[in-house]
Design a protein around this ligand. Structure first.
Ligand SMILES: [Zn+2]
Length: 412
């Protein structure tokens, strides 16, 4: 079994291709789960110790005595560790394969898998050297990136890429054409030549009409060449996601961040490569407004600040320990909240959802009494295993502090 998993992971990486589909039914049974973190904000902890997935989709969640575990093709003994949905990074900037020219680094996506991330959403392939800015070129690049990352999943990580950046001169038919070609997300509004609210709003509405979701860059310029997007442009454009509401990296003044929380109904994205004090302000404001369901997490990497393989785990610990929210709630921000706001079929441990999971346990020698307490004290969780679409992608993480306990795959 273990050999088969390693083989599969290697095949994915080496062949640069999606795993081959098999006609035989694959039944995964995970038992002895010590803590089931659902990803659902209204009910973040479930009273369950067993999960069954068939062909990469969650089939049953409950107590062992109530679940039919017969005929499993793979059984995992969680050894009392916590099971959470695979983490989602709502804001990445991929370019090509598992390489980023921003820091000239190879294997960054695979490193994030070792931080528990199983799904990434592109906020634009904007670091592409020589990125085309004419309309034919930007559309061609978006379709290429969507196709390439659909077929290439480093270690099993699913990347929703092909996120075109708005440029002046785009017309409604461009959005219709992009949607028909499979494009689902726009890159950050404001990173191209569209820098006024009126044009932004018109194009975002066209995108929405054809089922393409939008994100807007919020705050000061991220790198030389980009520019300030203030609260007035964010509110007027009305993109689906207020990208890095805490700046990427330079944040808006506090009163503007509060105004975005209060006056827009859209998703509030908090990123690792932003202003962490502003992150806490946005979180606190959303909490006071009783709108925590709007808060989603990303890294905004690769960036000038680099790549953070543990970025989402770090955001969970930072927001829980300094933002004073329970750890199980912080995990929902990085899973179920993002899945709902981004219309993804992952992020929740519930029947019908994608069977992508991360096994977490208290890091060795943490002062926390248990996993949740350790996160609330600001420590990072240890990752013991990651599953993508019902198959084991990695066992003990090479990147997190070592988990105290790790799941096992008993030999048949
Ligand atoms: Zn940005």
């Amino acid at each position: 079994m273990i050999c088969a998993f390693k083989h599969r992971a290697r095949i994915d990486f080496m062949s640069h291709d999606a795993p081959a589909k098999s006609t035989a039914q694959n039944k995964l049974v995970i038992r002895n789960i010590g803590l089931l973190l659902s990803g659902e904000l209204d009910r973040p902890i479930l009273d369950a110790d067993t999960v069954v997935a068939i062909d990469g989709v969650i089939h049953a969640v409950g107590k062992a005595k109530d679940i039919d575990a017969a005929g499993a093709t793979t059984t995992i003994d969680a050894k009392g560790t916590a099971l959470a949905p695979g983490l989602i990074d709502s804001h990445v900037h991929p370019v090509c394969g598992d390489w980023t020219p921003r820091q000239n680094q190879l294997g960054w996506i695979d490193s994030c898998l070792h931080g528990g991330v199983t799904t990434m959403v592109s906020a634009g392939e904007v670091h592409t050297p020589g990125r085309p800015k004419d309309i034919v070129g930007l559309k061609a690049m978006a379709v290429f990136a969507q196709r390439a990352f659909q077929a290439f999943r480093p270690g099993g990580v699913k990347i929703y890429a092909g996120a075109p950046v708005l440029e002046q001169g785009m017309v409604e038919d461009d959005f219709k054409e992009l949607a028909a070609a499979g494009v689902k997300f726009l890159g950050e509004v404001g990173l191209g030549s569209v820098k006024d609210g009126t044009t932004g709003r018109r194009m975002v509405a066209w995108a929405r009409k054809y089922g393409i979701q939008s994100t807007i860059h919020t705050g000061g310029p991220s790198i030389p060449g980009s520019s300030l997007i203030d609260k007035d442009m964010v509110l007027e454009t009305d993109a689906d996601v207020i990208g890095h509401v805490n700046g990427g990296h330079t944040a808006l003044p506090d009163d503007q961040i509060v105004a975005l929380c209060e006056r827009s109904p859209r998703a509030l994205e908090i990123v690792h490569n932003g202003n962490e004090r502003a992150a806490l302000l946005a979180l606190r404001t959303a909490k006071e407004l009783k709108q925590l369901h709007r808060v989603i997490l990303g890294t905004d990497s690769p960036a000038g600040s680099g790549v953070q393989p543990l970025g989402i785990l770090r955001m969970i610990s930072i927001l829980s320990s300094l933002g004073e929210i329970p750890a199980e709630v912080a995990i929902c921000l990085a899973t179920g909240n993002t899945a709902k706001m981004r219309s993804l079929n992952c992020g929740l441990i519930a029947p019908g959802r994608e069977a992508s999971f991360v096994f977490l346990d208290t890091a060795q020698q943490s002062a926390g009494e248990n996993l949740l307490d350790s996160i609330q004290k600001g420590d990072l969780a240890g990752v013991g295993m990651v599953i993508t679409d019902g198959a084991v992608s990695i066992q003990r993480s090479r990147n997190t502090p070592p988990a105290t306990r790790v799941p096992e795959v008993p030999r048949a």
